[in-house]
Design a protein around this ligand. Structure first.
Ligand code: FAD
Ligand code: SIN
Length: 528
């Protein structure tokens, strides 16, 4: 690929693609993405995008719902801004060509846990696919945007690579682009940019069971951390309450919108247990539902609870949830007459690379948007369907800011080539796989829905050993995607564990049996 662009976008999910479309009028854009361009968390989003659109709903209600879910850690001015910009990003998506579900000519608004009104804009139960395809189509028509599939970002280029003295202040570090590994030609390239956007998404792969596709290895967060950007709130990992619990289903998500339509959680005897835990029952925020299921399973010794939608009109089920219905059927579950066996799984990272209200990180020339970012919107727990909203709003703001930023910038010269010496030893490559499995098991067992000091200390020791082994391997081996992803996963696991250890209370998504209560005065963000 050519070595110079005005804008370098790392990641082709909703955040990266929409940013690219917005900056493309102002300069050349490269989007690099590590697999096929559609492969992203965005592509799998089901429920939809939350926005105040119609009826009795008001901005104040959406703001309030978001802040309640965030358990005292949301930044109120950011919540206010994002909620108020919601309708304009929905309009922009419609203008780009997105086709959302309608009822009697108006957008059909769904309901999810923690929302006081119906406000989820959706395309049946494949909202993410509709958004991803719409953006990719618009991008394919834009002459200034170049998409490079199977290109893996290895490291951000900063002063650290230029052999210059770096001060202790992260505001003095600049980003000049990235080292990019073309996995087809097996070469590492220097890609210079005036502005770089991290839009690499989340890190579900750090856990054994996750709703995320395998691309979700937190590469952008790990790269930014190594470059000394600020990273925050990594202890707040959201577990989705309902994923299909049948072998080979890979934690397929059963959308919260199914509970929004009236789905009931039952134990194997049919008992609807959720109202024992919370007055809002199935529509409590998802941290409460996930913890309740976890607790119920531990107490009963059962392997699943069940989501019952057999009382819902069959026509309604097939119009609203065709994808869920079809996928369940392929695993032998007919949701019209069978209860769906479900368990929680890791789903969404609330923390990430710290940004300001315009998507700026603490490194000059480096922007971040989407799930990789920690913007202040979610606090200690994300309200359902607020992440597609956040990705769209912050990519817009980061785009405006990047356009202004590059006016005064030129490309950095004298960036050294990547030192790609080392061996590839096929026998040792299997060790990468073993270490990844071990890491996922450790994180699942000890840093899951319910945590304790003992579990976190154990996780820390195990992860440290994996870190040492992997770093040693990395130093004497040529780069490969599995090795770099493992390294990034370990970095992220380390930050999650340290953040969790430092929070001596239970708040939002972080629950510790040693500190079951919330301290009165919330410590704001956990910065690592
Ligand atoms: P992603 O869409 O994940 O895109 C990341 C991109 O970065 C990918 O293209 C990836 O290949 C690329 N990438 C990563 N690392 C590298 C690297 N090193 N080099 C090059 N490229 C790289 N949210 C909602 O608001 N509503 C929902 O209904 C909803 N449903 C969901 C359902 C599922 C099953 C899942 C998994 C998530 C859901 N979410 C939902 C969350 C939401 O989809 C994501 O938070 C959001 O789409 C993230 O967008 P993004 O652009 O930040 O990242
Ligand atoms: C879902 O459809 O349940 C996912 C919604 C979300 O993660 O916001």
């Amino acid at each position: 690929m050519p070595d110079k662009y005005d804008f370098l976008v790392i990641g082709s999910g909703g955040a990266g693609l929409s940013y690219a479309l917005r900056v493309a009028r102002h300069g050349s854009v490269a989007i690099i993405t590590k697999k096929d361009s559609a492969e992203s968390n965005t592509n799998y989003a089901q429920g939809g995008l939350a926005s105040v659109i119609a009826g009795e709903d008001r901005f104040e209600d959406h703001i309030n719902d978001t802040i309640i879910a965030g358990a005292g850690l949301c930044h109120p001015e950011i919540v206010d801004m994002v909620v108020r910009e919601g309708p304009s990003v929905v309009r922009e998506l419609l203008d780009w060509g997105a086709k959302f579900s309608t009822r009697e000519g108006e957008l059909d608004l769904g309901r999810e846990g923690g929302h006081s009104h119906n406000r989820i804009v959706h395309a049946a139960d494949r909202t993410g696919k509709e958004i991803e395809q719409t953006l990719l189509t618009a991008i394919s028509r834009h002459p200034n945007i170049h998409v490079f599939e199977h290109h893996f970002a290895l490291e951000l280029i900063t002063e650290h690579h230029l052999d210059r003295e770096v001060t202790r202040h992260d505001q003095d570090i600049n980003c000049y682009g990235a080292y990019v590994f073309d996995t087809r030609s097996d070469k590492v390239e220097v890609v210079l940019a005036k502005a770089t956007l991290i839009a690499t998404g989340g890190l579900g792969e750090v856990y054994l069971h996750s709703t995320n596709p395998s691309i979700a290895t937190g590469d952008g967060i790990a790269m930014a951390y190594r470059a000394k950007a600020r990273v925050a709130n990594m202890e707040f990992m959201q577990f989705h309450p309902t994923t299909l619990n049948v072998p080979e289903a890979n934690s397929f998500l059963i959308s919260e919108a199914v509970r929004g339509k009236g789905g009931i959680l039952r134990d194997r005897n049919g008992y609807a247990f959720m109202s024992d835990y919370d007055d809002r029952a199935e529509l409590a925020p998802r941290d409460i539902v996930a913890r309740s299921i976890d607790d119920y399973l531990k107490k009963s010794g059962d392997e699943s609870v069940y989501l019952d939608v057999t009382h819902i009109d069959k026509g309604e089920l097939s119009v609203s949830f065709p994808h869920i219905m079809e996928t369940c059927r392929s695993f032998g579950v007919d949701i019209r007459k069978d209860w769906i066996p479900v368990v929680p799984a890791a789903h969404y990272l609330c923390g990430g690379v710290v940004t300001d209200r315009d998507g700026r990180t603490t490194i000059q020339g480096l922007f971040c948007a989407g799930e990789a970012a920690c913007t202040g919107l979610h606090g200690a727990n994300r309200l359902a369907s607020n992440s597609l909203l956040e990705a769209m709003v912050f990519s817009k703001r980061a785009a405006d800011e990047s356009v202004a930023y590059i006016r005064e910038r030129s490309w950095m010269s004298g960036v050294p080539e990547w030192d790609d010496s080392g061996t590839v030893n096929a026998e040792e490559a299997i060790l990468i796989h073993h270490n990844k499995q071990e890491l996922q098991q450790v994180m699942w067992n000890y840093v899951g829905i319910v945590r304790s000091n003992l579990r976190l200390e154990r996780a820390f020791r195990r992860t440290h050993m994996l870190f040492e082994e992997t770093e040693e391997f990395y130093q004497r081996t040529r780069v490969s995607v599995p090795l770099c992803e493992l390294r990034n996963l370990i970095t992220n696991a380390y930050i999650i564990i340290r953040s969790a250890m430092s929070r001596k209370e239970s708040r939002g998504l972080h629950f510790s049996t040693d500190y079951p209560d919330q301290v009165e005065e919330a410590r704001r963000d956990t910065i690592i």
